[in-house]
Write a protein that binds this ligand. Structure first.
Ligand code: HEM
Length: 345
């Protein structure tokens, strides 16, 4: 009898663990977002934004945000920065012309030992109001094997469920691609909360505004460019002189949605330039310090809090799966190219 009781407790535990891991009932978990890419991907590379390059620099605080947030980065003169530029494709060997999405990841380490990690994209907003919309969009736009094109009925059903996604899809189809990482504006997209010393809570989004003027590329221009034109250009540019972005805080007003990354706030909302990022060095990602960092945007210093944006919450788990997978592959000696070693096989 006790043996039966123990066996049923063990079985119940195993079932609940399997459910929690998403192995039962087809439940969406953070791992679902990576599909089969965790196990079918070039070892050691990120499962998205695989092609990247590390950078180092300094964040010069303007002190203008110190009254809005107690985060030390807003008060310290110079904060060491490490980051990564990437393009928005999973394939670490993709052509730079394969996407118009460019990204910046950044880690600021203040002298009170606090860290501020972030990931930013040149897209102005997320297509959908929730993270499940990302999966719905991916499956709706999957090419039909018979025609090589997305099935119009599935696309229409997606837009019916996520009408807000139209503007992101149209933006992506028409926005000119950047001709340099240095000229792109990088947006945080999700909302956060600034916490002031007097207890005030200010919802905020921020973006990195480049000092270099933007020169967009037409489809014809892009067709003439080399496979690594963005990565070659940023190495040459930073070798000659530092590159700068202002960190601009956009302050929400009452009623602006803080839990919906598909809805940008009105452009006339107050902006505060919290400081300037100076990028001084570039290093290949196989050896650079950014390779083994998870730029998890939920790792914020005290003085900044997370909003209840569901996409922000989902991203923490997704990034953790990708990070754990790639670091495990490196640790077990499975990665070659990703860590700058020749594959001898
Ligand atoms: C459900 C939505 C999303 C999914 C499934 C997703 C998935 C991923 C994955 C798997 C990685 C690789 C992470 C690593 O191995 O360290 C990644 C990287 C990245 N993601 Fe996302 N992401 C999502 C939303 C976003 C949003 C909203 C932004 C922009 C604000 C963003 C910006 C980035 C950037 C910049 C990187 C490259 C980070 C680096 O250089 O280390 N992602 N994403």
């Amino acid at each position: 009898m006790p043996v039966l009781a123990i066996a049923s407790i063990v079985a119940a535990l195993a079932l609940s663990l399997a459910w929690a891991a998403g192995l039962l009932g087809g439940r969406t978990t953070t791992r679902t977002f990576l599909g089969d890419s965790l196990d079918h991907f070039e070892p050691g590379y990120r499962r998205a934004h695989g092609k990247g390059i590390c950078f180092a620099g300094v964040f010069h605080s303007s002190k203008a945000a110190a009254t809005l947030s107690t985060a030390r980065v807003f008060a310290q003169d110079q904060v060491p920065a490490i980051g990564r530029f990437s393009i928005g494709t999973a394939d670490p060997h993709a052509a730079d012309t394969s996407t118009t999405t460019v990204s910046m990841a950044l880690l600021l380490s203040a002298d009170d030992q606090s860290q501020w990690r972030m990931k930013l994209n040149n897209a102005p907003y997320f297509p959908t109001r929730d993270a499940e919309g990302f999966l719905a969009q991916r499956s709706a736009f999957e090419p039909d094997p018979a025609t090589g094109q997305p099935d119009p009925a599935r696309v229409a059903a997606f837009f019916e469920k996520y009408p807000e996604a139209r503007k992101a899809v149209e933006y992506k189809a028409t926005a000119p691609g950047p001709s340099s990482f240095a000229q792109a504006q990088y947006n945080v997209i999700n909302a956060f909360i600034l916490l002031a010393a007097d207890g005030k809570r200010q919802p905020v989004r921020w973006f990195m505004r480049p000092h270099a003027p933007f020169h967009g590329l037409s489809v014809e221009d892009r067709a003439r460019l080399g496979h690594d034109f963005l990565f070659d250009e940023i190495q040459q540019r930073v070798a000659q002189a530092p590159v700068y972005w202002d960190l601009v805080l956009q302050l929400a007003q009452a009623g602006d949605p803080v839990d919906d990354p598909s809805q940008p706030w009105p452009a006339e909302r107050q902006q505060v330039v919290a400081g300037t990022l100076e990028v001084t060095g570039i290093r290949d990602q196989a050896e650079g310090g950014c390779r083994d960092i998870n730029f998890d945007p939920t790792l914020v210093p005290s003085g900044i809090a997370l909003s209840n944006d569901p996409v922000l919450a989902a991203r923490a788990g997704i990034y953790s799966h990708s990070y754990n997978a790639r670091l495990r592959e490196i640790a077990f000696g499975k990665a070659t190219d990703a860590i700058g070693k020749k594959d001898d096989k």
